[in-house]
Design a protein around this ligand. Structure first.
Ligand SMILES: *Cc1c(COP(=O)(O)O)cnc(C)c1O
Length: 303
C-alpha cells in the first residue's frame, strides 16, 4: 500500500453571532506539504492502480499554473514514478524558470511536453498518445484535472463519521470530481454546495455521471468571470480572511468558494442554527504564480 491518508482537522471560523450559523473549514490543504488537498485524494487510487498494473511512468495534462501538474510531479517523486506533464502553451518551453509551478514540477523530476493550444485540444487522440509513447515509452494516463472513477472514490474519503453533524458541505468545483466524492459520502439530509471556479455549464451533467443522489446544488454566482480570473474584491477578501482566521486561501478555487459562502451567510441563505463545513481543497502553490501576474498588472498582491 503506497498511501496512508489521515483525516484532516476541522477548524472553526469565527463569525459575528448575529448570523446564527456555525462555519468550519476542513484543512485538506494540510494533508501533505506538496501533494495538496483534493489532488492527493484524487491521485490515491489512480497511483495504486498504476502500481498494480506495473506502470513506472505517469502522464498527465495541464496548464502553466496547474495544481494538478504540481501534485502529480510531487506524488511521482514521493512514490517512485517517472512523470510526464503535457503542458498547454508551446511558448512556456523557455519560461520554466519564470513559472513557479513548472519550476517546482521540474524540480520534482517531471519531464515536459509543451504543445500548442491546438494540439492540446487533441491531447487524448490516439495519434497524439502514440506519438508520446514512441517518445517516452509506456505510461499510465491520468486525465486533466485528475477526475475519473478512481479519483471520485478517493474523494469519498474526505468526510468522516463526525462530519455527519453538518447540514451543509461546501467545496470549490473545477471538474466536479471532488464534489462527486463528497455527494457519494454524504447523508441524505445533508446538502452539498459546489462553487464552480469557472463558467461551467457542463458541470451539472458531468457530476451526474458520478452520483445517484440529488442532495446537491451548484452555486454559480462566484466564478468572478472565469477560470483563474480574479479582481481586487477577491484579493481583499482573501487577505482579510487570512488576517482574521490565519487560514490562507488560494485565488483560483478556495478563495472564490469562501467569498461565496460569506456572501450567502450575509444574505441569510442558510437557516439559523445551520452548521456549515467548507472543504479547504488546497491549491496554495498557485499563489506565487498569481502574484507574478498581479504584479505585472499593478494590482494588490495576495499576502
Ligand atoms: C483542482 C482543484 C479543485 C477542483 O477540483 P475538482 O475535483 O476538479 O472539481 C478545487 N480546489 C483546488 C484547490 C484545486 O486544486
Amino acid at each position: 500500500m503506497i498511501f496512508k491518508l489521515e483525516h484532516s482537522i476541522n477548524e472553526r471560523v469565527k463569525l459575528p453571532e448575529k448570523y446564527g450559523v456555525e462555519l468550519y473549514i476542513k484543512r485538506e490543504d494540510r494533508i501533505h506539504s506538496f501533494i495538496s488537498g483534493n489532488k492527493y485524494r484524487k491521485l490515491k487510487y489512480n497511483l495504486q492502480e498504476a502500481q498494480h498494473l506495473g506502470f513506472k511512468t505517469l502522464l498527465t495534462f495541464g496548464g502553466a499554473y496547474s495544481n494538478h501538474i504540481a501534485a502529480v510531479a510531487a506524488a511521482g517523486k514521493a512514490f517512485n514514478f517517472k512523470t510526464i506533464g503535457v503542458i498547454r502553451g508551446e511558448e512556456l518551453q523557455n519560461k520554466i524558470n519564470q513559472n513557479p509551478t513548472l519550476s517546482f514540477a521540474k524540480n520534482e523530476g517531471m519531464q515536459f511536453e509543451f504543445v500548442t493550444r491546438e494540439a492540446y485540444r487533441n491531447k487524448t487522440s490516439e495519434s497524439f498518445l502514440n506519438h508520446l509513447e514512441n517518445k517516452f515509452g509506456s505510461f499510465f494516463v491520468i486525465p486533466e484535472g485528475g477526475t475519473n472513477d478512481l479519483a471520485v472514490k478517493g474523494c469519498e474519503e474526505i468526510l468522516n463519521k463526525t462530519d455527519k453533524d453538518f447540514n451543509f458541505i461546501c467545496t470549490a468545483v473545477g471538474t466536479g470530481g471532488t464534489m462527486s466524492g463528497l455527494i457519494n459520502a454524504s447523508n441524505q439530509n445533508q446538502q452539498i454546495l459546489g462553487f464552480p471556479a469557472l463558467k461551467g455549464d457542463f458541470l451539472k451533467e458531468d457530476i451526474s455521471k458520478f452520483v445517484s443522489k440529488s442532495n446537491w446544488k451548484l452555486i454559480i454566482d462566484y466564478h468572478f468571470g472565469g477560470y483563474a480570473k480574479i479582481n481586487e474584491d477577491l484579493i481583499g477578501f482573501i487577505n482579510r480572511f487570512k488576517a482574521d482566521s490565519n487560514v490562507p486561501l488560494d485565488p483560483v478555487y478556495t478563495g472564490k468558494m469562501m467569498f461565496g459562502i460569506f456572501n450567502l451567510i450575509e444574505n441569510g441563505y442558510f437557516p439559523k442554527g445551520s452548521k456549515i463545513l467548507a472543504i479547504h481543497t488546497g491549491g496554495l502553490q498557485g499563489i506565487s504564480g498569481m502574484n507574478t501576474l498581479l504584479k505585472k498588472k499593478n494590482l494588490p498582491l495576495i499576502k
